[in-house]
Design a binder for this molecule. Structure first.
Ligand SMILES: CC(C)(COP(=O)(O)OP(=O)(O)OC[C@H]1O[C@@H](n2cnc3c(N)ncnc32)[C@H](O)[C@@H]1OP(=O)(O)O)[C@@H](O)C(=O)NCCC(=O)NCCS
Length: 206
């Protein structure tokens, strides 16, 4: 039986692996961003060091996670001082081929998804459950515990980014009281999927 516990910095490799395995709209997308290590340093580590209410579901090993942040500034404070070294290592080839990583990061800057006002919805989250553990209630348990934790910390609202094609995630969010706040067709995923995708931001008051 899986149990939930706060995520720790030592969970970085396991969470980075799962997050990297689901980077392409919930599916495997290693060709878009080959380095799991760099992915973890950029998109996971800041949440473990400066995030809030981040949790894992564990049964011997990590089966799922929710990564949360109550303020973007906190994440930036962790990442910005480390960024020059990470970029240098990327350019020196320490993370494998440079071009796909640079291409992905540049497109991330060029095509930001829609956002809800941070004043009303200051927190945000990312969630994933291992493929073989999906459909057993872990996603719902993680997200419910995450929302309870935010409430206990006095956070007044939370937002998350997803896409129109991610039906399982959208149903989970709707079932826990989130609503679609804004959407925008974005070419961000087009080189990897062959077509643009509707990016969405969902919100929930707490
Ligand atoms: C989205 C995700 C976290 C859901 O986790 P999960 O443990 O499988 O979800 P649960 O078993 O707790 O199910 C919760 C709800 O999600 C929805 N859901 C889950 N799997 C679904 C599926 N395959 N199809 C449709 N809806 C689904 C259902 O509404 C379900 O509630 P219900 O069983 O009462 O109908 C999981 O599918 C996942 O990790 N996907 C890959 C990563 C990802 O896409 N993350 C979100 C990025 S925005």
């Amino acid at each position: 039986m899986a149990h939930l516990r706060p995520a720790r910095e030592t969970d970085l490799p396991a969470i980075a692996r799962l997050s990297h395995q689901t980077l392409l709209l919930g599916r495997e997308g290693g060709h878009a961003f080959p380095s799991q290590e760099l992915w973890g340093e950029l998109f996971v580590a800041p949440y473990l060091r400066r995030g809030c209410c981040s949790l894992v579901a564990e049964e011997g090993e990590v089966l799922g996670y929710v990564l949360g942040a109550c303020s973007d500034w906190a994440l930036a404070l962790d990442l910005l001082p480390r960024l020059p070294r990470l970029l240098l290592n990327l350019l020196l080839g320490h993370y494998g081929p440079r071009l796909p990583h640079l291409h992905y990061l540049l497109r991330l800057l060029l095509y930001p998804g829609p956002k809800a006002p941070k004043g009303l919805y200051p927190a945000h989250l990312h969630i994933a459950v291992r493929l073989e553990a999906q459909g057993q209630g872990l996603g719902k348990a993680l997200l419910t515990a995450f929302l309870d934790c935010l409430r206990a910390q006095g956070v007044k609202g939370v937002q998350l980014s997803t896409t129109r094609v991610n039906q399982a995630a959208r149903r989970l969010y709707r079932s826990l009281g989130f609503r679609l706040y804004a959407k925008k067709a974005s070419p961000f995923w087009a080189p990897y999927l062959g077509h643009p995708v509707i990016h969405e931001v969902w919100v929930r008051e707490l």
